[in-house]
Ligand binder design. Structure first.
Ligand code: HEC
Length: 112
């Protein structure tokens, strides 16, 4: 019984790309970036807002965010104030494709 519920949950979670991307985001980013609260890193709501104003088109937003997160760098940061406050985000050696899926999920999600 428990087993089939787990299976159903997994199936429902992964049967659609945006749910799979949500799992990737929650599994990899929310230990530091809470959705709406800034604690040890700026909230994802804040990061999204900054990225949206710098890169309003989805294509640019996804490309820039995936590129930056793959190689966090002070000179290419658009959030210098966050670096001063929390220090530069560590390089976590994520795969580029995974980052593109996550960035696409962030673009589409109105955190609140
Ligand atoms: C170990 C903690 C940690 C994890 C995990 C983490 N981040 Fe960060 N991130 C930070 C901190 C701290 C900052 C603020 C300083 C900075 O901008 O470098 C930051 C900043 C950012 C920025 C702002 C970039 C800029 O222009 O400065 C983006 C975008 C970002 N994170 C995306 C992500 C995504 C996407 C994930 C998951 C794949 C993630 N982060 C996982 C700690 C983390």
């Amino acid at each position: 019984m428990k087993f089939s519920l787990l299976f159903l949950w997994l199936f429902m979670s992964l049967s659609n790309a945006s749910d799979a991307n949500s799992l990737l985001f929650h599994g990899n980013c929310t230990t530091c970036h809470f959705e709406t609260k800034s604690v040890s890193a700026p909230s994802m709501m804040e990061v999204r807002k900054r990225y949206l104003s710098a890169f309003p088109q989805k294509k640019d937003f996804v490309k820039q965010m995936a590129q930056w997160v793959q190689q966090p760098n002070e000179t290419t940061s658009i959030m210098q104030d966050a670096i001063n406050k929390y220090e530069l985000m560590p390089n976590l050696a994520f795969e580029k494709d995974v980052l593109e899926d996550i960035a696409s999920y962030i673009y589409e999600t109105d955190f609140k």
